[in-house]
Structure formats: structure tokens, C-alpha cells
Design a protein around this ligand. Structure first.
Ligand code: HEC
Ligand code: HEC
Ligand code: HEC
Ligand code: HEC
Ligand code: HEC
Length: 389
């Protein structure tokens, strides 16, 4: 063996040993995730089922939380509406989407079958159940989970019951576990020098890793399978601080200030190109009608063109960053009240996207129409204040 070889080998050794989780994560998140294979004869039908409802027999709490989370809705009308217009056997093309939305190989097969049979939207189809328990917890009919809360290893290693015991792994407690789907790789699509999906790197550059705060700390408090995000008003409010100050009126003008600080969001607020937060101030007449000439707006978002070829603006707030909206307009003679409002549109990009995609959709038309309506209904307000003038 020559010196160069020794140096290279020890380099690899150091790399792997310095980060033992890295290899485990890579094995865990292969794309596509290999089939479970043949189950041991010691496992019952209930244990070998990949259907989350089977896990629910014994893990009711996780199932209830998961059912309400977006992970269980990861194969909604907007995703399937696009998949049905792909060729049924174009598995590579399917993979480009389902590797995050329904990543098990068994789900890939279920998708092809349903496309061939034209039987979409059956609740029982495994792929339609989205990001299921088994996708995170099962490999080759072996169950994996975080160590017990007290750090102890699984007892069922000894008893082997149920589901042949389980292996504890530290990957479940790491932010890298989530980055498999919430972070693009360095060579994947970027715009203006920033990856299109960059949540993990945003988190890594913040103060949170140093404070021991991971994705799970905020999104799975007490290990609950909630994954609340931009679609949940309470979660959004928890992540920012809104302050309103310096309201002043004269006969000629009205001025006010509203600040938003990213105080508790572990990445950019918001992290993706899809949501939009609109801060607006306006005056109203005696009937409560908006006097449109008095309306002023500021938008927080990473705005991109529909074909994702260009970034138009990036006004998102990095962790601990603050923005200030200054309202300054003529005092309208008919104005009787003044309003400050902060509106969240979690699916702003998709609304525009579906409107365009619908024009060329074929089989997916009905589903995309449904997705369009859903994307418009997800809007909510997190701050509203009316001042009588
Ligand atoms: C027949 C009941 C039963 C079924 C069905 C079942 N489990 Fe379990 N599971 C258990 C028991 C009991 C344990 C052991 C808990 C312990 O060691 O304290 C366990 C342990 C686990 C753990 C490890 C928990 C930890 O603390 O990290 C995970 C993860 C898990 N199961 C996931 C699943 C998934 C996913 C499914 C469905 C695909 C499933 N289980 C189906 C009963 C069941
Ligand atoms: C997106 C991946 C993902 C999915 C989907 C998922 N889990 Fe988990 N699960 C995790 C992670 C991560 C943890 C550990 C969280 C932590 O340590 O803070 C965990 C922890 C657990 C535990 C241990 C809980 C405890 O209190 O110690 C069980 C049991 C479990 N999951 C079962 C399930 C079941 C059942 C489902 C489906 C209904 C499911 N999981 C879906 C990622 C997932
Ligand atoms: C296998 C891929 C995958 C993994 C692993 C994964 N996610 Fe997700 N996650 C998704 C997909 C896909 C969606 C979007 C679902 C939809 O709306 O269609 C999502 C949605 C979410 C949302 C809701 C976003 C919103 O718009 O409100 C949160 C929060 C989230 N994930 C956090 C996590 C955390 C924390 C982890 C790690 C414990 C994790 N995810 C692991 C694929 C994944
Ligand atoms: C790297 C993981 C990843 C891949 C690959 C991916 N997505 Fe997603 N997708 C996400 C995450 C995370 C979200 C939630 C955040 C958001 O709203 O942007 C999401 C949200 C969506 C939504 C809006 C929510 C919903 O369920 O209606 C649609 C539609 C969608 N993806 C379609 C697709 C399609 C079609 C493809 C393939 C061309 C694809 N995705 C590939 C991770 C991924
Ligand atoms: C300090 C708490 C905190 C940490 C740490 C954190 N998040 Fe979040 N996350 C939030 C809050 C609050 C929101 C809601 C506001 C928002 O959407 O920006 C959110 C929203 C999201 C969303 C919704 C999509 C969007 O455009 O904002 C996703 C997906 C997500 N987080 C994933 C992750 C992942 C993956 C990690 C780890 C790499 C992580 N989060 C770390 C608090 C946190």
C-alpha cells in the first residue's frame, strides 16, 4: 500500500467515523426506498401491513396526530392531479414527485397500478395515503424508532414482540432526518444562488442548532406527530412577534408602524417560495367599505416566476430578523376607521400555478380544480386591528 492510498483511506475513515449518523441516514433515505421484501413467518398480517390504520391498533396517539398533519395529506388533489397526466409506466417521472410525497417502493407500485386501471382516489390505495408511518419507521420488515425517552434500549429486543422488536436509532432525533425531503442537495435546482428548498441549511445557519433546538423540538413537541407549519394560525403566531406603534393622525395624513420579527421560526419566515404574507393598512368609510386609494401593502415572500426560471424578490425574514411596515397616506375625508391587517396565504404560489396548469390539464382537470379551491381556502389573518378615527 502506498502513502497516498493510506492518506485517502484514513480520510474516508475519519469522514465516516466523525459522522456515523451520516451513513445510517443515507441507507435510510435511499430513493426509491427498496421494497420491504418477504416478511418473517413469525409476523402476523396485522404486523406486516403497511397501512397506517394497522399501526393505529397499537399506536393510536401517533395515528391521530399524523392523520391531521399534512404528511398524511401529502398525496392530495394537487399532487395526484398532476400524476394522472403522466404516462402510467413512467416510473422515473413519478419518482421525481413521490420520493418525497409517497416514498415507499410499494407506493410506487400502487401508483402505477391505479394509473393503469384508472382507479384514482380510492382511499385504500397505499400511495394515496401519502407520507405513511412505514416510510419513516420500517425498512425490510425491521422497525426503527428513537431510543426510549429515558435513553434505554428497546425491551422488545429480548421479547421480540410485537413486530419482531425494534431498533433504536439516533437519526430520528436529528434535523438531518427531515432534510431528506426538506432540503435540496447542492446540485439540485437553485435560483439566484439559493436552492429552491433550503430549510435545513437555513436552520443550520441560525442560533438554533447551538441551542440544541432541532426541527423535532418545534414540529414534534413531546414527540407528537403534529408537523404544524405555515397552514396553522397558532403555529405561525408562535414563530413571530408583531408590534404596532406610532399611530398618528392629522387632518391631512395618517401614519402608523407595524413590525414583524422572526423570533421563533427556526428558518426563514416563510421557508418556501409557496406562501405569501401580506401586511396592509387602509382606511374605511362609515359603511366599513375599504377606501381603495388609501390602501398600502408590504409582502413577505420569496417571489418566483411560474416556470421557476427567475426570482423576482426575496423579502423573507431570516431567524431573528425584523421588518417594519410604515403606513403613510392622506387622511381620506370620508374615513371613519383605520385598519392594520396581516394576512397569510400558505398556498399563494399554487393558486397561480393551478390556474395556469388547468388550461392544459386532461385527466387531472377535476382534481386540479379541487386543489385550486383548497389553495384559495387556506388563507387566514393572524393580526387585525381597527382604530376609530
Ligand atoms: C400489535 C401491536 C402493534 C402494531 C400493529 C404495531 N406496533 Fe409498533 N410497537 C408496539 C409495541 C408494544 C412496541 C414496543 C414499545 C416499547 O418498546 O416500549 C412498539 C414499538 C414501536 C416503535 C418504537 C417506539 C420507540 O420508542 O421508539 C415504533 C417506531 C413503532 N412501533 C412503529 C410502528 C409502526 C410504524 C407500525 C405499523 C406499520 C407499528 N408500529 C405497528 C406495538 C405495535
Ligand atoms: C416523517 C416521518 C415520520 C412519520 C410519517 C411517522 N413518524 Fe413516528 N416518529 C418520527 C420521528 C422523527 C420520531 C422521533 C421524534 C423525537 O424523538 O422527537 C418518531 C417517534 C415515533 C414513536 C416513538 C414515540 C415515543 O413517544 O417515544 C412511535 C411509536 C412512532 N413514531 C410511531 C409512528 C406511527 C404509528 C406513525 C403513523 C401513524 C408514525 N410514527 C409516522 C418520524 C415519523
Ligand atoms: C419522505 C419525505 C419527508 C420527510 C422525511 C419529512 N417530510 Fe415534512 N413534508 C413532506 C411533504 C411532501 C410535505 C408536504 C405535504 C403536502 O402538503 O402535500 C411535508 C410537510 C411538512 C410540514 C407542513 C408544511 C406546511 O406547509 O404547513 C412540516 C411542518 C414538515 N413537513 C416538517 C417535517 C419535519 C420536522 C420532518 C422531520 C421529522 C419532516 N417533515 C420529514 C415530506 C417529508
Ligand atoms: C424534495 C422533496 C419534494 C419533491 C421531490 C417534490 N415535492 Fe411537492 N412538496 C414538498 C414539500 C416539502 C411540500 C410542502 C411545502 C410547500 O407547500 O411548498 C410540497 C408541496 C407540494 C404541493 C402542494 C401541497 C399539496 O399537497 O397540494 C404540490 C401540489 C406538490 N408538492 C406537487 C409536487 C409534484 C407534482 C412533484 C413532482 C414534479 C413534487 N411535488 C416533488 C416536497 C417535495
Ligand atoms: C424554533 C422552532 C422551529 C425550528 C427549529 C424549525 N421550525 Fe419549521 N416552522 C416553525 C414555525 C413557527 C413555522 C410556521 C411559520 C413559517 O411557516 O415560517 C414553521 C414552518 C415550517 C414549514 C412550513 C413551510 C414554510 O414555507 O414555512 C416547514 C416545511 C418546516 N417548518 C420544516 C422545518 C424543518 C425541516 C426544520 C429543521 C431543519 C424546521 N422546520 C425547524 C418553527 C420551527
Amino acid at each position: 500500500m502506498n502513502w497516498l492510498k493510506i492518506i485517502i483511506l484514513s480520510f474516508i475513515y475519519v469522514e465516516v467515523c466523525a459522522n456515523p449518523l451520516q451513513q445510517e441516514l443515507q441507507d435510510h433515505w435511499q430513493s426509491p426506498i427498496p421494497t420491504q421484501g418477504k416478511p418473517s413467518i413469525h409476523l402476523s398480517d396485522l404486523e406486516t401491513s403497511l397501512d397506517p390504520k394497522s399501526c393505529a391498533t397499537c399506536h393510536a396517539t401517533q395515528f391521530q396526530d399524523w392523520s391531521k398533519s399534512l404528511h398524511s395529506h401529502a398525496m392530495g388533489a394537487g399532487v395526484i392531479g398532476q400524476l394522472v397526466d403522466m404516462p402510467a409506466i413512467a416510473t422515473k417521472q413519478h419518482q421525481a414527485c413521490i420520493r418525497c410525497h409517497a416514498p415507499l417502493q410499494e407506493q410506487a407500485v400502487s401508483l402505477v397500478t391505479s394509473l393503469l386501471e384508472n382507479s384514482t382516489n380510492k382511499q385504500d390505495n397505499l400511495h394515496e395515503q401519502g407520507l405513511i408511518c412505514a416510510a419513516c419507521h420500517m425498512r425490510k420488515y425491521q422497525w426503527y424508532g428513537p431510543p426510549h425517552r429515558n435513553g434505554q434500549l428497546p425491551e422488545s429486543e429480548i421479547t421480540k414482540f410485537p413486530h419482531n422488536g425494534w431498533k433504536s436509532s439516533l437519526i430520528f432525533q436529528s434535523a438531518e432526518f427531515c432534510s431528506a425531503c426538506h432540503q435540496f442537495k447542492p446540485d439540485e435546482y437553485s435560483l439566484n444562488g439559493k436552492l429552491l428548498e433550503n430549510t435545513y441549511e437555513e436552520w443550520k445557519a441560525s442560533r438554533y442548532p447551538k441551542e440544541g433546538i432541532t426541527c423535532q423540538t418545534c414540529h414534534m413537541p413531546d414527540r407528537r406527530h403534529l408537523w404544524r407549519g405555515i397552514h396553522d394560525p397558532d403555529m405561525v403566531k408562535q414563530g413571530i412577534e408583531i408590534k404596532n406603534s406610532d399611530f398618528a393622525k392629522s387632518t391631512n395624513t395618517i401614519t402608523a408602524k407595524l413590525s414583524i420579527k422572526n423570533t421563533g421560526t427556526g428558518h426563514y419566515f416563510p421557508t418556501y417560495v409557496t406562501p405569501r404574507i401580506i401586511i396592509e393598512g387602509y382606511q374605511e368609510d362609515k359603511d366599513g367599505q375599504v377606501l381603495s386609494s388609501t390602501k398600502q401593502q408590504y409582502v413577505i415572500s420569496r417571489k418566483v416566476t411560474m416556470n421557476l426560471s427567475k426570482e423576482l424578490a426575496d423579502t423573507r425574514l431570516a431567524p431573528d430578523e425584523q421588518m417594519i411596515f410604515n403606513y403613510n397616506a392622506k387622511h381620506h375625508p370620508e374615513a371613519v376607521s383605520f385598519v392594520l391587517n396581516v394576512q397569510v396565504e400558505p398556498d399563494a404560489f399554487y393558486t397561480r400555478f393551478y390556474q395556469i396548469t388547468l388550461k392544459s390539464a386532461k385527466k387531472g382537470k377535476k382534481l386540479l380544480q379541487k386543489a385550486l379551491e383548497e389553495s384559495q381556502q387556506s388563507t387566514f389573518s393572524i393580526y387585525f386591528q381597527r382604530q376609530i378615527l
